[in-house]
Write a protein that binds this ligand. Sequence first.
Ligand code: RIB
Ligand code: CA
Length: 314
Amino acid sequence: MANPRKIIIDTDPGQDDAAAIMLAFGSPEELDVLGITTVAGNVPLSYTSRNARIVCELCGRTDTKVFAGADKPIARKLVTAEHVHGKTGLDGPVLDEPTMPLQTQHSVDFIVETLRSEPEGAVTLCTLGPLTNIGLAFQQAPDIIPRVHELVMMGGGFFEGGNITPAAEFNIYVDPEAADIVFRSGVPIVMMPLDVTHKLLTRKDRVKRMADLGTRPAIAMVEMLEFFERFDVEKYGSDGGPLHDPTVIAYLLKPELFKGRTCNVEIEVKSELTAGMTVVDWWHVTHRKRNAQVIRDVDADGFFDLLIERFARI
Ligand code: RIB
Ligand code: CA
């Protein structure tokens, strides 16, 4: 591909975030990672900014610029998910502490500066965690919103309900105010909710194909996924756990794997009971603005074929 698509990955690694980043690094002809911006989410910011660099080093991509961003949500106390991801957020493999540097610039400033300096429509935002950095960037510099090509995000849930409360998915639940800013902003959104990620299970046969690659990155990824899936296997009684974040990158590489429709999506920010719920008007029963392409179906085998084929390149 002549000109790879320019992307910024905003992330709270997280084993499934690591899989998404590895998928992007395995696709250099199609994707140019301008930077990785970290945010507090699965684990505190000190760990997410550590983990992003560990993944870069694991993939031999120490040329990547990694930034630290918001250490808490816009208007709430931080809620983390060590119960799923382990204390470090990247539990599973034994990996060295990173030696590559963390950039001194704040994630939000990098996002604003990059969108202002790159040609209009040149940059895609790929979000894998709470939307705090994006919400702050849009608040601080609304002029960048029309400059975004599109925002592809993992978050939310509707028919599938929630995973951190009965109503809310974790990324949105952590920072509903940031999500509300983003969904009201007018930025073109492609949303990967639990409704699609729960169809992508790290089944034993799929993890074995990854292990059979035999490379250090693939083995480390297998160890990450085997740790990460245990919570959901227990909860859902399934063969493997849902692999959430790589859907964002897979969509950029092979959008034909996915199916959905453009709907209105609004975020609950008031009710304690349903805080962070993504209210999806799937049946268009209102005349509210259809502000997001909501993905509900995926070719799961095609997704894992792509993932494993790209992991093999690292
Ligand atoms: O609910 C799943 C999402 O929350 C994923 O992005 C996972 O990494 C966690 O951040
Ligand atoms: Ca994540």
